[in-house]
Design a protein around this ligand. Structure first.
Ligand code: 5GP
Length: 225
C-alpha cells in the first residue's frame, strides 16, 4: 500500500532540499481547485520575458493513463505532460525515496521527482510544482523554504460556471469537483499567498511579483528554522 509509507523525516534533509545559500532557485508550489485556470496562468507566466530568473515547471510522475488534451486534438505525452508509470514502478520510486512528495488523487497516484527539483534549484533555476493541496503541504514540511501560492477563483459560483463551460464533466462529476474545491479552499490558510484568477494577466503579474519579492527576501523559512 503506497499510502502507508511515512513521508516525513526520511531521505535527504530539508538542508539538502534547500541547496546552497546564494544563487539557489526558488521552489514555488501552485495549487488550486480544478478549472481555476492553473495551466493557463502558468503557461502565460512561463512565456513572460521579464521573470527574475529562469523558471521551469516540473514534469511530475503519475500512475494515471495519458488522456486526450487540447480539446481532443492530441494525447498527453510521456515526459512532457507527465512521466506515466505503472503502480509497481511508482511503489518502487516511493520505496527508494525518489519522490519529494506524493499523493493519491481521484484513484491515481502523483509524485514529484526529488532529484530533478534539487538539481534545477542548485543551478539557480526557479522550479514550479503544479500540485494538489495535500502534496503542497508535504512540500512545505520537507522543504521549509518552499513558497506556496494558492490560485483561487473569484467565487465558487464562477468556478462552477468555468467547470460547466469546459463541457468535459457530467453534472455528477461537476458536483464532486465543487465539493473537492470547497475542501481545497479550506486549506488556503496554510498557503503563503492567495492569488485570484479573475484575469489571467493580473494573476500572472501577481505570481511574478511573488517571485520577485521572494528573491529579495533576507530570511526564509529555512534560515529561520
Ligand atoms: P490531473 O489528473 O488532472 O492531471 O491532475 C490531478 C491533480 O493532481 C491536479 O491538481 C494536479 O495539479 C495534481 N498533481 C499533478 N502532479 C502532482 C504531483 O506530483 N503531486 C501531487 N501531490 N499532485 C500532483
Amino acid at each position: 500500500m503506497i499510502t502507508s509509507i511515512e513521508q516525513s523525516g526520511t531521505g535527504p534533509t530539508a538542508e539538502t532540499e534547500r541547496g546552497q545559500a546564494g544563487g539557489t532557485g526558488l521552489l514555488l508550489v501552485v495549487s488550486g481547485p480544478s478549472a481555476v485556470g492553473k495551466d493557463t496562468v502558468l503557461d502565460a507566466l512561463l512565456a513572460r520575458p521579464d521573470l527574475p530568473r529562469p523558471v521551469q515547471k516540473c514534469v511530475t510522475t503519475t500512475t494515471r493513463p495519458p488522456r486526450p488534451k487540447d480539446g481532443g486534438r492530441g494525447m498527453e505525452e510521456d515526459g512532457v505532460d507527465y512521466h506515466f508509470v505503472s503502480p509497481a514502478r511508482f511503489n518502487a520510486m516511493v520505496a527508494q525515496d525518489e519522490l519529494l512528495e506524493y499523493a493519491e488523487y481521484a484513484d491515481n497516484y502523483y509524485g514529484t521527482p526529488r532529484a530533478w527539483v534539487a538539481e534545477r534549484r542548485l543551478r539557480g533555476i526557479d522550479v514550479i510544482l503544479k500540485i494538489e493541496v495535500q502534496g503542497g503541504l508535504i512540500v512545505q514540511e520537507k522543504a521549509p523554504d518552499a513558497v506556496l501560492v494558492f490560485l483561487q477563483p473569484p467565487s465558487l459560483e464562477e468556478l462552477e460556471r468555468r467547470l460547466r463551460h469546459r463541457r468535459t464533466d457530467s453534472d455528477d462529476q461537476i458536483a464532486k469537483r465543487l465539493l473537492h474545491a470547497r475542501k481545497e479552499m479550506a486549506q488556503r490558510p496554510h498557503y503563503d499567498y492567495a492569488v485570484t484568477n479573475d484575469s489571467v494577466e493580473d494573476a500572472v503579474d501577481a505570481i511574478r511579483a511573488v517571485l520577485r519579492a521572494e528573491h529579495c527576501r533576507i530570511h526564509n523559512g529555512a534560515s529561520n528554522a
